[in-house]
Design a protein. Sequence first.
Length: 311
Amino acid sequence: MRIAIMGTGGVGGYFGGLLAQSGEDVTFIARGEHLRAIQALGLRIESVFGDFIVFPAQATDDPATVGPVDVIIFATKTHQIEAAAAAIRPLIGPQTAILPLHNGLDASERTIAVLGPGPVLGGICQVGSQITAPGVIRQMTQFRRVVAGELDGPITPRVQRLVEVLRKAGIQAEASDNIQRVRWAKFIFIAPYSGVGAVTRVPIGEFRACPQSRALLEQAMREVEAVAAAKGVILNPDVVAKTLAFCDGVEPKMMASMQRDVLDGRPSELDSLIGVMVRLGAELEVPVPTFRFLHGALLPQEERARRMRPS
């Protein structure tokens, strides 16, 4: 299968590396020092499941040089979606499927606004991974899960085929006939985890052990649950308890990617993970005081980062 990775960061680089190692024809779209290191030395994966190097690695900063592919794994930051979607047009042929693996709730819809609905699937991933040096991705969790599905429900042959290819690469892959519910089930973890981590500025092991910040984490989860219900997405009754239990099982030194960006002074996914809840709460008349606090506390630094380091 011909696969292009649009966004060779922690997520795209890791899953793309697994796919290349399993024998798929993978091209990595990257830029800057990261791209040059991949071209010269290959893509190095350091993982709890075992280290490996993809060498030689097919890598470029120009999607137009690649031509149409079977699958595009779309894994940029959420604030880059529109520009990146426009850039991948040369990769799209009549049978191409696009699998967005962004954080947030609306990556597929924003991609459709640029490219139309035909190629776009819904998707989520759960993995802890990041770029640690140019050309190097470190994966740090026992989970490396991807869920894919059509936005309107049924599991189609293209979804099943994609899931089979992901599984062959060792990825914990699933096909879903209700990807909207899956996206909200991930969001109830990733948004509170990112926001509370960014405000407390410590790894998850420290803020989940503090009763006050743990209460903040739980309240944010309950606000996501309430907004999802107002949107017509009913999550399992024990979703908050199970998500807290999942948080308790995360490696204590882990930080969300949004938190790392905030700590490093880079533009982050604040709008897609925290601001979206403020907007939805107002639109649906659902109180979201925790998210309003998180957004207000983090927004000045986000605005400063965007002035200083526009992406």
